[in-house]
Design a protein around this ligand. Structure first.
Ligand code: UDP
Length: 479
């Protein structure tokens, strides 16, 4: 007998910042609406995904399917930007997606893709599935992405050459320095891929976006105003955020949590640059000095430095006398051992941010990290590195007032130790820090309200689920 509940297939692109929110969305579709869910991941992501789903609500309703491996060598040059590589990986996985769906006994009725999976909507059409795009970022970024193709050529002159802001009707303009790297070079494949994605988004049956009404009221109003944004506004937008990772399963005897347990309330600043962020060596030295000089407690997720690649890769590092890695100042670990903790490469971030001892977050402001900070009421110091993070930083500091932004020195181009010291003190112990702490606590309440029964994101998510149910019924009647 045909199930009365929709079967949603979610396709996640590689990288934790993409994978985690898709998994959370899948879990919510099961726990809130009893959907059957299949999550397609690239082969390389399968074990991370499996690990993240350990605590999933009902494993009989959740099916994790790794797609057949793909080989992109020969399809992209060795120096291709990470975005181009991601897009090509997703493209190469389409035949595997098609054959996997085709072989499924119980085929999904809905396909939800993320930003880099929009080409898969053609596969949804082949199987008569409804198709949705999930933007694991904010509405401002969504609006820019969907609007950019309409200003494509004009943007080259005004935005790229004259460095004018990108004007999106009804929205805050995007300053030149905040723009996506993808939009700066029309000769780079990434430019074409991004404009294509922007066009494809508007062909979806709906867009899910990880924000909430009270966070971005102006942008959301513009996004739904066809006089301002034309055909973009015709696509229903469902605000379903903040969809954040549930707390990771606490690990007994985790040294980071044990250390936090010994610190006073709201006394620790957590420093992390997301799943892939890296800094050049000089910048790491300044950051280390800044943390030390601030005399505040800190947890710093440290990765070896990478020059000229902020979305970095990893080096093997040598150690010097007191065990301090050689890219940090000599003796740093010894001098800060009573108030600082260095974590190698990866921290249990959801547990750290929800710990009462944490009172600030120095972050690259990836959208997942931002929402994790917001939902825990933690003010931020923003340190954007790539993708839409400059836009996020501007929004957090200038619109939402929940973050401070350090300035890089004009001569060296790096953020120097005195500036970092000042920022850390400001957020942790000064009155201005208290002010933004209160602001972010209010945002936390409003996020909570949006997600609870009757709240804007709760209702929007239910509306989306209803649309899936309606199209399932229509399918059944047509069959
Ligand atoms: N994360 C984590 N531990 C780390 C670094 C990152 O758990 O040491 C998680 C973080 O909680 C978030 C995700 O990885 O859920 C990173 O996503 P985000 O959008 O913030 O940044 P991206 O990594 O995509 O740049």
């Amino acid at each position: 007998m045909q199930s009365t509940k929709p079967h949603a297939a979610l396709l996640a692109s590689p990288g934790m910042g993409h994978l985690f929110p898709v998994l959370e969305l899948g879990k919510r579709l099961i726990s809130n609406h009893g959907f059957h869910v299949t999550i397609f991941v690239l082969n390389t992501e399968a074990s991370t995904a499996k690990n993240q789903l350990r605590d999933s609500p009902d494993s009989s309703l959740l099916n994790l399917v790794p797609l057949p491996p793909v080989d992109i060598s020969g399809k992209v040059g060795p120096d291709a930007h990470i975005v181009t590589q991601l897009v090509v990986m997703m493209r190469e996985s389409l035949p595997g997606l098609r054959s996997t769906i085709s072989a499924m006994k119980s085929r999904p009725t809905v396909l939800i893709v993320d930003l880099f999976g929009t080409e898969a909507m053609a596969v949804a059409d082949e199987f008569m599935m409804s198709k949705f795009v999930f933007i694991a970022s904010n509405a401002w970024f969504l609006t820019l992405t969907a609007y950019f193709p309409t200003i494509d050529e004009m943007a080259e002159d005004e935005h790229i050459k004259e460095q004018q802001p990108l004007k999106i009707p009804g929205c805050k303009p995007v300053r030149f320095e905040d723009t996506l790297e993808a939009y700066l070079d029309r000769n780079n494949q990434m430019y074409d891929e991004y404009t294509r994605i922007g066009r494809e988004i508007t062909a979806a049956d709906g867009i899910l976006v990880n924000t909430f009404e009270d966070l971005e009221p102006t942008t959301l109003r513009a996004l739904r105003d066809s006089k301002k944004l034309g055909k973009i506004a015709k696509v229903p937008v469902y605000t379903i955020g903040p969809t954040v990772r549930q707390l990771e399963l606490p690990v007994m005897g985790n040294p980071v949590l044990d250390w936090l347990d010994m610190q006073p309330t709201e006394s620790v600043i957590y420093v992390s640059f997301g799943s892939g962020g890296t800094l050049p060596a000089k910048q790491m030295t300044e950051l280390a000095w800044g943390l030390e000089l601030s005399q505040q407690r800190f947890i710093w997720v440290v990765r070896p430095p990478v020059e000229n690649d902020v979305s970095g890769s990893f080096f093997t590092v040598g150690k010097i006398s007191d065990g301090t890695p050689n890219y940090l100042p000599e003796g740093f670990l010894t001098r800060t051992k009573d108030r600082g903790l260095i974590v190698n490469a990866w921290a249990p971030q959801t547990l750290v941010l929800s710990h009462p001892a944490v009172g600030g977050f120095l972050s690259h402001c990836g959208w997942n990290s931002t929402l994790e900070s917001l939902t825990n009421g933690i003010p931020m110091i923003v340190w954007p590195l790539y993708a839409e993070q400059n836009m996020n930083a501007t929004m957090l500091t200038e619109e939402l007032g929940m973050a401070f932004r350090p300035k890089a020195s004009e001569s060296s181009g790096i953020v120097e130790r005195e500036e970092i010291e000042m920022m850390v003190r400001k957020i942790m112990v000064e009155e201005e820090g208290n002010r933004i702490r209160n602001t972010v606590k209010e945002l936390k309440q409003s996020a909570h309200k949006a997600m609870e029964k009757g709240g804007s994101s709760y209702c929007s998510f239910s509306q989306f689920a209803r649309e899936c149910e309606i199209s399932l019924k229509a399918r059944a009647q047509g069959a």
